[in-house]
Design a protein around this ligand. Sequence first.
Ligand code: SF4
Ligand code: SF4
Ligand code: FES
Length: 258
Amino acid sequence: MDAVQEHVTAVVRRFDPTREKTPRYVEYEVPYVKGMKVLDAVRYIQRNLDGTLAYRWNCREGICGSCAMEVDGKPVLTCKTEVRGKMLIEPMLSFPCVKDLVADVREVREKLAKLSPWLAPRPEEDAKKEFWRIKEHELHEAEEARLCIECYICYDVCHVIRNHKELPFPGPVNIVHAVGLDRHPKDSMDRSLFMHKDIWNCNMNRCCSSSCPQGIRITENFITYAKERIVEENNIVNALIRRVRNKPGPLDSWGERK
Ligand code: SF4
Ligand code: SF4
Ligand code: FES
């Protein structure tokens, strides 16, 4: 490891909602080491300057998604982001704060639970089939959703979430999961109405796509698909065909049959 060269300044948002009414911003000087990431600076502060600083991390390799924070107002994986001379470090601000840099992300998971986020194959068809043939393009389509590391950066940047907390919009990450299942050739559940809720408030500004550390093309490959799927589902001819074929209608956005 290179020798210490200089210092960087980290301005860290400190807040314990159980004891304090408003957040404080505290400045720390951290010795700079070449290649240092923001997470390294946060760890240094917690280990050497103030042991009460709360933050979350797991892998330090960009694969667990748990170290996401806002650096100079932009949500990033701090284990993959180089330090700057002076930087502002905050938790993801679309979420309630548990303490300091730890965001409470339960609302994303509570919304996801309403999707029934697992494959729902048709049992009688499964029993008959020895092999499942999946076309290459179907595999690629389903695989892109599997790249998600649940960092919730896309949820944090989404203006529908930020400005309209009252809406039940599932958020970009949950649309990714819903579309991933909807496109999967083995999944038999209709996911369209889960995607439906308030998706028309999304103005396709691509903030989610351009922030995703996994390079998932959320707007292009998932939000667009979801909107097309909803239009198709609401088409009166398609609804009649479903009825004639005695197929179940779609689940509503929170998992109940229409
Ligand atoms: S493109 Fe839509 S879902 Fe993505 S961040 Fe923007 S408003 Fe949210
Ligand atoms: S879609 Fe991308 S930004 Fe959103 S939670 Fe998954 S990995 Fe993170
Ligand atoms: S610590 Fe796991 S993604 Fe950063």
